[in-house]
Design a protein around this ligand. Structure first.
Ligand SMILES: C[S@@+](CC[C@H](N)C(=O)[O-])C[C@H]1O[C@@H](n2cnc3c(N)ncnc32)[C@H](O)[C@@H]1O
Length: 309
């Protein structure tokens, strides 16, 4: 896009937000096809309907047919009938915009917006949409830190993309996450062949693993939460086992400070952390050889610690 003009940089997410908010998408998914009918259904003016429908056509979210306007595959994530893990990143991006608009209030009160049931599904859809190349690069880098792990614990595994990749490479994988995640994705985890355990990583973890892995999870914790989590990881590992956390580390990942703001906008706890903060939490938990490694061809780093034999 290359331009700083406001209608270039912010246009699309605001357009999607306004159309979701007013019910333009509901109208399209309910089969309304004509601009004036969509306007009536959504309670917007005819002028607005004509303008936004043309803009949606221009961006590829809607196509014009003989019958009128219809949603394309690109808009499918906004259809309430679309299963959460097939929604892609867009609905969560629009939810994030709403959180950003509320940021002044969050900054004053320290309280982020309550997530809605649908927002939670959108969040899981966004997590599931990580590029396969990035995912595989991270798992490959984790396997460099601990070759051919047999028993892997994927902490905060969410939709299970990482857990499934370790399983595909031959590991027995247990995915740990919070109850609401497991309830939403029960069937999906079973299809992936993942054992699941409910838990809070700050409180305790199941034991007996040679690799404990987590991705994009410590950003949901405070520094003291990270200390508790790393202490529990140490107990969960067999002697000689390895801990690997894939994160954006401040000072190493260009996106880290911006992602801190993202966490501020969506959650009452969480941030991104520096290399020193991760290394000192690993050392305090008893890990040997703590290190931070870049994952080639991605923006991620691995936080790595070993449990001595
Ligand atoms: C950003 S998502 C990442 C999901 C998955 N690891 C991935 O990268 O696709 C963070 C996940 O960590 C889980 N989580 C956050 N805090 C947790 C905690 N204290 N204990 C267990 N899971 C937690 C959330 O429920 C969520 O599924």
């Amino acid at each position: 896009m290359g331009s700083n003009a406001i209608y270039d940089r912010h246009h699309e997410v605001f357009l999607l937000w306004a159309c979701r908010e007013t019910g333009v998408f509901d109208a399209l998914f309910a089969g309304k096809r004509r601009s004036d009918v969509i306007a009536e259904h959504a309670g917007i003016t005819d002028r607005a309907s004509e303008i936004v429908l043309e803009a949606l056509v221009d961006s590829g979210y809607v196509r014009e047919t003989e019958d009128g306007y219809e949603p394309t595959e690109e808009l499918r994530g906004f259809d309430p009938e679309t299963p959460p893990l097939e929604r892609g990143i867009l609905p969560h991006r629009v939810d994030s915009l709403e959180n950003y608009i509320r940021l002044p209030e969050t900054m004053r009160s320290g309280e982020s917006p309550e997530p809605t049931a649908d927002g939670f599904k959108n969040y899981m859809g966004a997590m599931a949409s990580i590029r396969t190349g990035t995912l595989r690069a991270i798992v490959t880098a984790a396997e460099h830190a601990h070759p051919r792990p047999e028993r892997v614990l994927d902490v905060g595994g969410g939709p299970g993309r990482f857990g499934a990749e370790f399983a595909r490479r031959g590991a027995d994988v247990t995915l740990l996450d919070q109850r609401e995640v497991l309830d939403l994705l029960d069937d999906h985890h079973a299809k992936l062949g993942l054992d699941t355990v409910e838990g809070d990583a700050r409180e305790s973890l199941p034991e007996g693993f040679d690799l404990v892995f987590s991705a994009r999870m410590t950003v949901s914790l405070s520094l003291s939460g990270i200390s508790e989590y790393f202490g529990n990881v140490f107990e969960a590992l067999e002697p000689g086992g390895t801990f690997v956390a894939a994160e954006w580390v401040q000072g190493r990942a260009e996106v880290a400070e911006r992602f801190g703001v993202h966490m501020l906008s969506m959650s009452d706890v969480g941030n991104t952390y520096t290399e020193d903060e991760y290394l000192s939490a690993l050392e305090s938990a008893g890990f040997a050889d703590p290190e931070i490694r870049d994952v080639p061809d991605t923006r991620f780093q691995l936080v790595v610690g070993r449990k001595p034999e």
